[in-house]
Design a protein around this ligand. Structure first.
Ligand SMILES: O=C(O)CCC(=O)C(=O)O
Length: 309
């Protein structure tokens, strides 16, 4: 059974004033979203993958999510580990990125006619109801010509997108479960943030059964959000890199923001309260080669996907 919705049901939102920003709306079947959440909770956080629990030293064992709980599991890095203190990726991957992530990023980048991705890193962010993500730019990837592919599961989020400076105008969008946000071109290097999780979706017992996942995954999905952001660090052949020579650098210190930066970030996070969240469900139906701006057609090739996603 396919896990991506049929291509003729997809819509893509583009933004005239933000060329390079795309949202593929709700393109993953509901039951498949539960399967992704199952991976995010029960597979990806498992050692030797690195989580905030292992870096902060409060849990290094197995069965991570069930042991540390929803509130304490905040992120997992996959493929090349991202060091949040130095703000750099490890030069060499500990393990290759799970193939389903490589494949799904390749499909989405190809479909939008962007540089076809060969991803090598991903960060999974876990958002309990009150969690937020502060404004930042993903600039540590060395090759900025590749898009960032960001997939949302579970509950919705207000997503803020700004410009290259914290002082640029900020716009608020809604991201829902099954949405895929793609940042490319100038939009690849803008400040963005998540100020609020919004309860918006109720997955059903029927969908859980179809997904074949435990009840705890359904309960999690109905009150938490998870986002996976898939990245390509640089143009390289991962097979050429020896995994044995790769050592993980663990650290417990986090580089703080300067006072001025903290002030700007607070202002950024509040900006959306003053302006309405922009509706973006007016995208084109694929593969109709029409975008929300009729003068700016997007050409899409039908996807060729058969993998496990
Ligand atoms: O949760 C999101 O939608 C955004 C995640 C993000 O910005 C990141 O991982 O860099």
């Amino acid at each position: 059974m396919p896990r991506l919705r049929p291509i003729n049901e997809w819509t893509v939102s583009t933004f005239d004033d933000r060329p390079g920003l795309y949202i593929l709306n709700d393109v993953i079947e509901n039951y498949a979203q539960l399967k992704w959440l199952n991976r995010c909770l029960l597979e990806y956080p498992e050692p030797p993958n690195i989580t905030n629990a292992s870096v902060e030293g409060f849990y290094e064992g197995e069965n991570v999510w069930r042991t540390v709980g929803n509130q304490k599991l905040r992120w997992v890095t996959l493929g090349n580990h991202y060091n949040w203190s130095s703000k750099e990726y490890e030069k060499r991957p500990r393990f290759s990125l799970p193939t389903e992530l490589v494949e799904i990023a390749r499909i989405f980048s190809k479909l939008l006619g962007l540089k076809e991705m060969k991803s090598d890193a991903a960060i999974v962010n876990y958002y309990p109801e009150k969690a937020t993500l502060s404004p930042h730019v993903d600039r540590s990837e060395r090759d900025h010509s590749c898009p960032l592919i960001s997939i949302s599961f579970g509950q919705s989020a207000v997503y803020l997108t700004g410009g290259p400076s914290l002082d640029d105008p900020v716009e608020a969008l809604m991201l829902h479960s099954g949405d895929v946000l793609v940042m490319d071109g100038d939009q690849r290097l803008v400040y963005h943030a998540v100020p609020k999780i919004v309860k918006a979706k109720q997955f059903t017992e029927e969908e859980r059964e179809l997904a074949g996942v435990d009840k705890s995954i359904l309960t999690y999905a109905n009150s938490n959000r998870v986002n996976i952001t898939i990245r390509q660090l640089e143009e390289k052949k991962l097979a050429e890199i020896s995994l044995e020579s790769c050592m993980c650098i663990r650290t417990h210190t986090y580089r703080g923001s300067s006072t001025k930066e903290k002030y700007s970030k607070r202002t950024f996070l509040r900006a959306w309260i003053l302006s309405p969240v922009r509706e973006h469900k007016t995208g084109c139906v694929l593969p109709g080669a029409r975008s929300s701006s009729p003068t700016d057609p997007i050409r899409l090739d039908p996807p060729t996907h058969s993998g496990d996603y």
